[in-house]
Design a protein around this ligand. Sequence first.
Ligand SMILES: NC(=O)c1ccc[n+]([C@@H]2O[C@H](COP(=O)([O-])OP(=O)(O)OC[C@H]3O[C@@H](n4cnc5c(N)ncnc54)[C@H](OP(=O)(O)O)[C@@H]3O)[C@@H](O)[C@H]2O)c1
Length: 294
Amino acid sequence: MKDVVEDNARVRDANAFQAKASEWPRTFYGTAWKEGQTAALVTKALKAGFRAFDTANQRKHYVEADVGAALEQACLAGLAHRQHLFIQTKFTYPAAQDARLPYALGAPIETQVAQSVSSSLAHLRVDHIDSLLLHGPTHAHGLSEVDRRAWRALEASSADRTVRRLGISNVSVSQLEALLSWAEYPPAFVQNRCFAVTGWDRDVRHLCRAAGVTYQGFSLLTANTEVVHHPPVVALAASLGLDAPALIFAFARQLGMVPLTGTTRWEHMQSQLASERITLDAALVEELERIALP
Ligand SMILES: NC(=O)c1ccc[n+]([C@@H]2O[C@H](COP(=O)([O-])OP(=O)(O)OC[C@H]3O[C@@H](n4cnc5c(N)ncnc54)[C@H](OP(=O)(O)O)[C@@H]3O)[C@@H](O)[C@H]2O)c1
């Protein structure tokens, strides 16, 4: 009986999940490397129209607490409502942290995950996190026993709905295949650095599509400067009344991605949000997909 109840709960959850998927953000505002400007830039991004924010409980690169302070302030000021915000953060292993850890060094991984989640809730001043990512596997190849235990701990944090969605970042196609084969709560998201030279992470994207996982792409501009500045791309964007970054963002969405941007400039925020309304010709999407393939 318990199994049936749990299965039904999971089916209901999966359905709610699908329903919500169509309402998922089409662009994330990324908050890495903003240090003392974090709160001001989050407020600016909210004013520009962003409602989805990406951070991490990794003080080395993010100030998660300032993201939370800015979002809370915006809600109190009536600029946004919590239910319209999508807040995503990450659990990061000690190897990718500096000394400012959100958990006890040397504690079992299950404890570290639980402490990191508690700390994120406090930093973000929320009672639930919309999406929590494992920042990356322990090794470049394969998934380790620590990864498996960390994922189980993340699953436990989502069991009471404190965490609504799980995801994983910086994964290869074989790592994602492995995770999908044993995860009880499969990832809703993959977040990867997206290189044009790999067909914009084609293999991982295709696996995501087949498995119903939403692909989030970062460094779309910074990892692909040769494409962004490629004269035919610039000319094509101009012919559509866009700048090249907006063209790349619109293209990325048509490939099924949710792009992240960490821009600091108002006009870039506006152009990247405006690119949500652009639909490109299918032939053009195919051409751009192949543009940097060797
Ligand atoms: N999971 C991970 O391991 C991981 C790793 C890295 C990043 N991330 C996430 O991804 C987010 C985004 O990072 P990112 O690597 O994509 O880079 P980014 O930090 O967003 O940098 C984008 C760069 O492109 C420029 N830019 C943006 N729009 C432009 C436009 N329309 N025209 C010209 N220049 C433009 C920005 O300059 P301006 O400020 O002048 O616009 C900035 O220098 C991060 O904040 C973080 O949340 C995750």
